[in-house]
Structures are given as C-alpha cells and as structure tokens.
Design a protein around this ligand. Sequence first.
Ligand code: UN1
Length: 512
Amino acid sequence: NTDIQSILNTLGIAESNAAFSTGSSWGGESNAETLKSFSPVDGKLIGESKIATSADYESIIAKAQSAFADWKTVPAPKRGEIVRQFGDALRENKDALGTLVSYEMGKSLQEGFGEVQEMIDICDFAVGLSRQLYGLTMHSERPSHRMYEQWHPLGIVGIISAFNFPVAVWAWNSALALVCGNVCIWKPSEKTPLTAIACQHIIAKVFKANDVAEGVCNLIIGDRSVGELMTNDGRVPLISATGSTRMGKQVGAAVGARLGKSLLELGGNNAIIISEHADLDMSLIGAVFGAVGTAGQRCTTTRRLIIHESVYDAFKEKLVKAYDQLRIGNPLDQNNHVGPLIDTDAVDAYLDSIQKCKAEGGKFVVEGGVLTGDHYSSGCYVKPCIAEVQNDFKIVQHETFAPILYLIKYKTLDEAIALQNGVPQGLSSAIMTLNLREAEQFLSAKGSDCGIANVNIGTSGAEIGGAFGGEKETGGGRESGSDAWRAYMRRQTNTINYSNTLPLAQGIKFDL
Ligand code: UN1
C-alpha cells in the first residue's frame, strides 16, 4: 500500500478534500458532509471528499457561465490544442491513473490502463475533430441568396458518470464538449470520487499552463441530490448521463420536462449468437472476456449466449473448462483474470439474481458464490457463474451488473435473432459465424436491433472511433466517435441575401 500512497501523492489526491473544483480552485462549505471511498480490492478507506451543498453548486454554475463567455470565442482548433495537451498529460499519468482506477473501482490493472488509453484516444480524435466541425451548405431557391448551416456550442454540459468506467466516460464527453466550445460540470459516481479528483488535477494543470479560464471543466462531488440540481437546471442545456435504466428514466423525464437535451447511455443485456458455423475457439475468448471482464460490470458485458443446438454441448463444455481456470483475486496482480464487484450491495444483487434465476428454473452449470478468506477480506469477490435458462425468465430480461452468464439454445437464425432482440435493452450484440449469409442477415434491418452489432468479435471492448450507445431502454444516446459531437452543439441555419430585392420563399408576393 505504500505504492498506492505514492500514487495518491503523484495524482494530488492527498492534498484535496473538497466538494468541488472549478479548474484549479478547490472549495466547498466547511460544514459539508464527506463521502468516503473504500477500495473493493481490500476494503480499506482510500480517502474522503466533501459533499457539495446547493450553495457550492451555485458557485460552480457561476464559474462555468463566466468561463463559457470566453471559451466559446476561442477558435475551435485552439481549443483542440488544449485537448491535445490534455492527452499528453494523460500519457504521462497513464500508469498512476490506471492503477488508481484499478484500486478504487476494482477492475484489472490492464483494464485500468485500457480505460486511460480510451481517454488518450478520444483526445486525439477530438483534436482532429476541432478542425472538422462541418456544417452543410444548401442551394437557396431564391436568386443571389446563400444558405448554409453552422454548429455552435450549447453552453454548460452536465456529465453524470457511473462507477464502472469512472474516468473514460467523462473523457469521451468532455474532450468532445470542449472542442465544441462548451464548458463541463462533472458529477462522478459517488463510488469513485478519487479517480475523478485525479482527472480534475490533471486537466486543471493544463488549463493553468495555458491561461484557460477556471471553470471550463468543473467537478462536483456528491450523491444523487447533486445530480438532481443539474438535471432540473435550465442553465445546463445538455445532460449526458451514464448509468442504470432506472436512473436514466428519471434523468430523461426531468430534463425533458424543461425541454433540455439529454444524452443517455443506460443498461445493456448483450448477447452473442454462436452459430453452427462459428470458430468455437475464437468464440470462447470473446464470450469469456465479455462475461467476466470488469467482473461483469460493463454496460457492454456479455450476459447471454444464444448457441446453436448442434454446437451447444461442445461449447458448454469448453466454457465450463475455461471458467475452471479463471483466477479471481486482487486486480492489481496481473495474474488474476477477475477482480471484485464494486461493493457489498453489488454482491447482494448478484446473490439475489442467482436465487431468482434458480426459482424460475435456471440450471447452473457453473455455480456462483461469494469468496471468503484472507485474500477476499473486502467481501466483494464473487465467482463468475453460468446458468442454462429461457430468454423470457424475468431475471434474464433484467441487467444484473455481475458475472452471471445465461445460456440459451436455438435452432434457426431467425429464432436466434428474435431471442437476441427479445429484451428491453439494445446496446451491444454479436454473432460468431464464418458464414457470410448469416453475418449479413444479422447486420441487416431484420437483424440485430442494437446500437452496436459485431461479427466475430464479442459484445464488449468497443473502439472510441465509432458512435457508442444503444436503442430501446439503453436510452438512444451516442457518444464518442463518428458524428456523436453533434449532440454537444446547436445547429444554426443561415440564409444570406446579397441581391437588392427581398424575394420571399415559396413565391409569396408581399408588396407595400
Ligand atoms: C461502459 O460499460 O459504460 O465497449 C462503457 C466497451 C468499453 C466502454 C464500456 N469501451 O466495453
């Protein structure tokens, strides 16, 4: 743990116990309550921070508003230059930040580094984007007229992120929001405040070195009441929220009631179809990483395998053997495959889902359970498990954020696609097949109904270059690559008349 202490020092966590930060200035009312961050790795208290009050929130909004007044006038490529330097600062801090992600959240060290890599990649993407925020030009129906559209910044973007990707999701949102000319207020998950504070230190240094106004990126620590201040606030035109479908419905309703914009990234119930034409060895890696990576706590985690009857038994046998070899333990030890769940509430939800699955008739081919003993003293380590189920079980229709994998058998591809689509969520999906007809049908309009559909790749581990998000109860938002930047801007249509008359559109005559 001396290592962890030196990492906390490197990242500047040790000296901050604040409820909020506007760029480089940290604050919070002195009587504020504190939020404690315990590591799921060993159960130890890592640090604590104050919880923001509504007065703190008001001072953040004021700083953000005044920062926006300057930032929106900075040319986009110059904003891109700041984001480029932020990417470099992340490169310098990759080891420290990735390790803290692993320790505070519990994902494996490699995945912690991978998460910081996603942040670096989105910065690179945003830098290029800063010279490409293209609008279209149109032909006017009137002579000597020109029409075109421009994209302008929105203002304050409120970012609500989840514990499972405690830093990358903020970076996807803020890197794009910043080059688009917005300012951000970030409310991280109350389960992972320290990684957020580390990120704020990193970006604040870049701002300071460039004389960028405080308040371009703001951090506000708190529970859901702090999130509610933002979702109900007309001064925050866009709320980008990642989390459960339950949370998203509340956020969407609150933001919708004031006709604000929301970008929602909610639950998944992702399946891989394993066809009779699949390469089973490849499928095994995709399925097992998808199901147990991040201890089943990604929104893209593989929750269901829909397996052709002719390969069902053979594949099940491979899975059982693979699960037997999984090493569960301290995620900072690179020999382990699976780390802990985020907290003991998550362990209870996992146990409850196993019970419910059994009650509905699920048959476990790999049993679950909570691990005990010296190495598991946090009480957050569980065994990844596998159950044979029917797709219409209530528990199978529900996203449990834990490593529980469901097996379902199919006969025809049409049936497999119907099963894959037959859940309320629509985030990620995949088919394992070497058959072109099957692959193309899966990707066609009568195929997967998800925002992400892969062939011979599992459901998790999307690259940042594509638009990330899903349909139905996943919320419909798209973040990260492609043209997801448009969600962070407002479109303005401009028509310019350079003639010496004023012709009206649609041929309307209006003479005085
Ligand atoms: C999430 O789980 O909220 O595609 C994001 C993936 C990662 C991002 C997951 N790149 O699995």
